[in-house]
Design a protein around this ligand. Structure first.
Ligand code: K2U
Ligand code: ZN
Length: 173
């Protein structure tokens, strides 16, 4: 059996990253095949999360694996945050769509999420720590939001021009 083929990851400031994803209509074989390709893409990129928006699929689907051993896959279909803690903490974030950029973002330290799994079964997840941060980061992607938008306009401008320049050079190479 061939490994699932990788999907290209959209790079900031690609406007498609600002698309608002729509709910998954049916948890079927199409979705399960997409989930496999998203996991392959995330692991290949050394990510701990990936939202469908980042691979230019605008449906509410997230894959996550925050384990050190890279063997605890978590699928969130049509996720809804039921509760997020008022306590927040600023943490260093990166993004597979914003390569080489890391900066502080404030997030709730705990969230309760209701979502469907890859079999279409409803699950409720109480997350803390890095998992809570990752879920909030990925759910932003489904709303067309990239973590750099929490930074100052000055920083956003510098990041945009840095990445546009890097992409121009990559095309020339
Ligand atoms: O691009 C993505 O959505 C994957 C993100 C997920 C993430 C970002 C910040 C904090 C938690 C999760 C990352 O690029 S995965 C790479 C990474 C790994 C560990 C810590 C920070 C970033
Ligand atoms: Zn991201």
């Amino acid at each position: 059996m061939n490994p699932p083929s990788l999907l290209p990851i959209l790079r900031y400031p690609d406007p498609r990253l600002h698309t608002v994803a729509r709910p998954v209509q049916a948890v079927d074989e199409r979705i399960r095949a997409l989930i496999e390709r998203m996991f392959a893409t995330m692991y290949d990129a050394n990510g701990i999360g990936l939202a469908a928006t980042q691979v230019d699929v605008h449906e509410r689907l997230i894959v996550i694996d925050v384990s050190e051993t890279r063997d605890e896959p978590l699928v969130l279909i049509n996720p809804e945050i039921e509760w997020s803690s008022p306590e927040k903490r600023k943490g260093e974030e990166g993004c597979l769509s914003v390569p080489g950029i890391y900066d502080g973002v404030e997030r709730s330290i705990a969230v309760r999420v209701r979502a469907l799994d890859a079999q279409g079964a409803e699950r409720v997840i109480d997350a803390q720590g890095m998992l809570a941060v990752c879920i909030q980061h990925e759910m932003d992607h489904l709303l067309g939001k990239v973590f750099v938008e929490y930074l100052s306009p000055l920083k956003q401008g510098r990041i945009k021009s840095k990445l546009v320049k890097a992409q121009r050079e990559a095309l020339r190479a």
